[in-house]
Write a protein that binds this ligand. Structure first.
Ligand SMILES: Nc1nc2c(ncn2[C@@H]2O[C@H](COP(=O)(O)OP(=O)(O)OP(=O)(O)O)[C@@H](O)[C@H]2O)c(=O)[nH]1
Ligand SMILES: [Mg+2]
Length: 193
């Protein structure tokens, strides 16, 4: 993988932890476009991403991973267009403490289904300090219901090693093909969902 550049996107509902992941993982000062929340989000958190987060991670040799965080609010979902070219995979964050966690995942999958059929992704169940097994299982079902396939992992987005582990897993899935055919149609991926 000498000299390669991998491009990965973090997506998910507002407050699910995308900006936190990039801050935890980036080895450069992350570029952040957070602004104070002005709408109903104000009760949930202080700031929200309105354009993109950007960070970088160095791998062995001179390979790099470029990390992009999308805004969580659906009205900014067109920002995906900005990062789509050359994208190798995605991390879909889910806030396990949200009463709507599974519905939020469902909305994200529905919004980006076309792209997620063409690249490997991992569902990362965040803020999962308390037992999140039941939610993880419902996330797996939701992924299947959308005709998609992805592992579901529990993480703490503030812990660098948790997010580094997600990236490693994504790169392994990429390296071993994940059963994706060159035309982007999912192939044999049993066992990963
Ligand atoms: N307890 C806990 N808090 C977390 C965790 N991950 C993120 N947070 C907190 O959750 C809040 C929201 O995280 P952000 O990273 O801003 O969420 P986001 O997905 O970027 O949100 P938008 O940009 O609004 O879409 C922050 O206050 C984080 O500190 C976690 O694993 N556990
Ligand atoms: Mg953000």
């Amino acid at each position: 993988m000498m000299g390669e550049v991998h491009k990965i996107v973090f997506m998910g509902a507002p407050g699910s932890g995308k900006t936190t992941c990039i801050r935890a993982l980036s080895e450069i000062d992350p570029v952040s476009t957070d602004v104070p929340c002005t709408d109903e989000l104000r009760d949930l958190k202080e700031t929200t991403t309105v354009a993109l987060d950007y960070g970088e991670l160095q791998l062995d040799g001179d390979s790099r991973v470029l990390l992009y965080g999308l805004p969580g609010q659906e009205r900014f979902s067109y920002m995906f267009e900005v990062v789509r070219a050359g994208l190798l995979g995605a991390i879909v964050l889910v806030d396990a403490t949200s009463g709507d966690a599974v519905e939020e995942l469902s909305r994200t999958l529905a919004c980006h289904r076309g792209d997620l059929r063409k690249m490997p992704f991992i569902v990362a169940l965040n803020k999962s300090e308390q037992a999140a097994d039941a939610i993880a299982e419902r996330c797996r079902e939701t992924v299947r219901e959308h005709g998609l396939m992805a592992p579901v992992m529990t993480v703490d987005a503030r812990r660098r090693e948790d997010i580094a582990h997600l990236i490693e897993l994504l790169l392994v899935i990429l390296e071993f093909g994940f059963g994706f055919e060159p035309n982007g149609e999912p192939g044999r991926t049993e066992g990963l969902a």
